[in-house]
Ligand binder design. Sequence first.
Ligand SMILES: [Zn+2]
Ligand SMILES: [Zn+2]
Length: 282
Amino acid sequence: MTRNLALRLVLVIFAALLVLSPVGHLAASTAPSNYHWARQSKQFTVRAGDNYSGVWDRLVPWAVKGWSKSDTVTIKTVKGGTSAQACNPTKGKIEVCSFNYGTQTNWLGLTRLYFDSKGQHIESATVQMNDSFFNQRGGKYNSDAARRHTICHEMGHAIGLDHVNTKSCMNDSQSAVFNNVVPINKDFKQLARIYKHTDSYTTVAGKQKKDKKAEKDKQGKKSKKDAKKQRRKEAKKKLRERKRAGKAGIVAESALDANETVTMERLDNGQTVVTFITWAAE
Ligand SMILES: [Zn+2]
Ligand SMILES: [Zn+2]
């Protein structure tokens, strides 16, 4: 089964679910997603691969700079690891791509989160910008605001953020596409919350900054009691993560808004992939 077909199948299943159980769908859409990268310190750096061209050479670094105002996440642009057209994932990285993916796809931006084998943490992500819309002559989305909104929005998903009803670019309403182009303080607070815990392993590639607490732990000797407490804490955390992953379930998630669809699928290799699709409105 090709990935496209799988995705379409998931969408069909999702549409069916919508008709059959509108209540279930509502419940799913209000649940926090908790998608995040694994890391051993609260502050971390994630690399974003350059598989883009044209205006994106200017706008991707601009969006990266906007998100990096967060004390939690630093995004660093690096050499790309895929082709713009295929936009395949690379472990530990976000691959950012721009290409004329066609208007028949009907999407402006697409973010896919690939999870580790435990299904608990993001281990790679891809962000795609559809130039067929952004460069369409006389097109509605051929606007600086729509481009800025979309790159800001998709990068936000790639670092684990969900939709909001604020002035943030994470707002997915049609008016936000043309008005909300940057992250706001609330987004940075949410990132701090998402990444408040540390993990026992790391899925982000590259050298990581150590945060103050980790440094202190390394220098000072901890008492046995502390160590025991820490182990218990970690066991609890693991349990929580497993629960979260379980709750996220498989098949399909929800359409949080008419403009966006979130799907969850299981690839043939058993890997879980979450896709956020920002649709172009009619
Ligand atoms: Zn975690
Ligand atoms: Zn979205």
